[in-house]
Design a protein around this ligand. Structure first.
Ligand SMILES: Cc1cc2nc3c(=O)[nH]c(=O)nc-3n(C[C@H](O)[C@H](O)[C@H](O)COP(=O)(O)OP(=O)(O)OC[C@H]3O[C@@H](n4cnc5c(N)ncnc54)[C@H](O)[C@@H]3O)c2cc1C
Ligand code: FES
Length: 363
């Protein structure tokens, strides 16, 4: 009862006082007592109140979140790190964000067999609960391309959903197409929105585990028949690793320019491999085109990841987990080669190494 009342006050305060003023008030009135009474607003942490939970598909729930005054800017397609105390340990995972509407956003979480945080969110989080977040990050965002194709599978639809929703809310959306694949009909995430979007642009939904018409699923031999203007489109890809590998192989075979492929990966692979010992980095050059920084490699750079190389020159590149998971550090390979954590032309700097005498990276 007390908690519900407090939640109501917090919602009203954020709505009527606004985040900026709340930040000002809270930072000038912070005391231990305030913190204890209302740890949602009187805190230096970014927190969010769960204001709604709905079932999206089998084993998939969407949580609507109202963040406190520490929330800053986000871009559609980015993700947020959610942390929780589970069995006395802090567990953190990333979830893609829907665009902000009326001060709220959603995350859509698919249950993983044996998974810690996804099951905890599904089983223990109720309306009125508070989650601890970190600031949004990620490079899987729309960059004003005139023609785009979103290709996604399973929960990989979430960042694509975010970008498409945002673009459809704007004045002029680009020429879009979306291919979404699920195992079965019951697994379809955002089914209602997909049905509605079909009336506005080219949306195709395919099921890998159900009877389907020939040509419904993406196929290497018919990719260019399915999407005749594929080579003109920037492709945004997200899904399970096997699916992404398959799509990248199909695109490569179709002669697609992989520097126009934008990937978001949900699962970290094992990137424990050391850099290629046969490649001598001394004297090689890495050009970070987006900040116009040339780096000439020396003895100290042996064994360093591209992020460590950038850090050692104080280039202040965007970085998140440093484990090859979140994609915050991801840049696009424009020319040359990198080894380690590379997906198509996406190079995860924190877990990738230079592998050619000249390497050009850009956003
Ligand atoms: C950028 C990004 C965005 C993402 N966006 C979303 C999103 O929008 N929606 C979404 O649902 N997910 C998203 N994810 C995935 C999400 O972050 C989690 O990885 C996912 O929810 C699983 O977390 P978990 O804690 O439940 O599973 P974990 O506990 O991490 O387990 C994952 C899997 O590994 C297995 N496992 C765990 N421990 C072991 C072990 N010791 N030995 C063997 N197997 C083990 C589990 O059985 C499970 O199958 C995103 C990930 C990234 C990196
Ligand atoms: S993938 Fe997270 S910082 Fe590199």
């Amino acid at each position: 009862m007390l908690e519900r009342g407090l939640n109501q006050i917090n919602r009203l305060a954020l709505k009527h006082v606004g985040r900026r003023w709340m930040d000002y008030i809270v930072s000038n009135t912070m005391t231990d007592l305030n913190r204890r009474v209302n740890g949602f607003l009187w805190t230096y942490e970014l927190k969010a109140l769960v204001v709604d939970i709905r079932s999206e598909a089998d084993g998939v729930k969407t949580f609507t979140l109202l963040p406190n005054q520490h929330w800053k800017h986000m871009q559609a397609g980015q993700h947020v790190e959610v942390s929780a105390q589970i069995n006395g340990e802090t567990v953190s995972r990333f979830y893609s964000l829907s665009p902000m509407q009326r001060g709220r956003f959603t995350i859509t979480v698919k249950r993983k067999d044996g998974g810690l945080l996804s099951n905890w969110l599904h089983d223990h989080v109720r309306q009125g609960a508070t989650l601890t977040l970190h600031h949004p990050e990620g490079q899987f965002t729309y960059r004003q391309q005139p023609k785009v194709l979103f290709v996604c599978a399973g929960s990989g639809i979430t960042p694509c959903y975010s970008i498409v929703s945002d673009l459809l809310q704007g004045k002029s959306a680009p020429d879009m197409a979306l291919y979404a694949q699920f195992a079965r009909k019951a697994d379809t995430i955002f089914a209602k929105d997909l049905a509605q979007w079909k009336t506005r642009f080219d949306v195709r939904v395919a099921y890998s585990h159900e009877a389907h018409e020939p040509g419904q699923l993406l196929h290497t031999s018919s990719l260019l028949e399915q999407y005749p203007d594929l080579l003109e489109r920037d492709v945004y890809l997200c899904g399970p690793q096997g699916f992404m590998d398959q799509v990248i192989a199909m695109l490569t075979q179709a002669g697609y320019d992989l520097s126009r492929l934008h990937c978001e990966r949900f699962v970290a692979q094992s990137f424990e491999q050391a850099p290629d010992e046969t490649f001598d980095p001394v004297g090689a050059e890495v050009y970070f085109q987006h900040i116009d920084a040339h780096v000439c490699l020396n003895e100290a750079d042996r064994g360093r990841t591209l992020m460590e190389i950038a850090d050692s020159r104080k280039l202040n590149l965007e970085v998140g987990c440093r484990q090859g998971m979140c994609g915050t550090c991801k840049l696009t390979l424009k020319s040359g080669q990198a080894s380690g954590n590379v997906l198509g032309h996406a190079v995860y700097l924190c877990t990738a190494y230079p592998a050619s005498r000249k390497l050009v990276l850009d956003t």
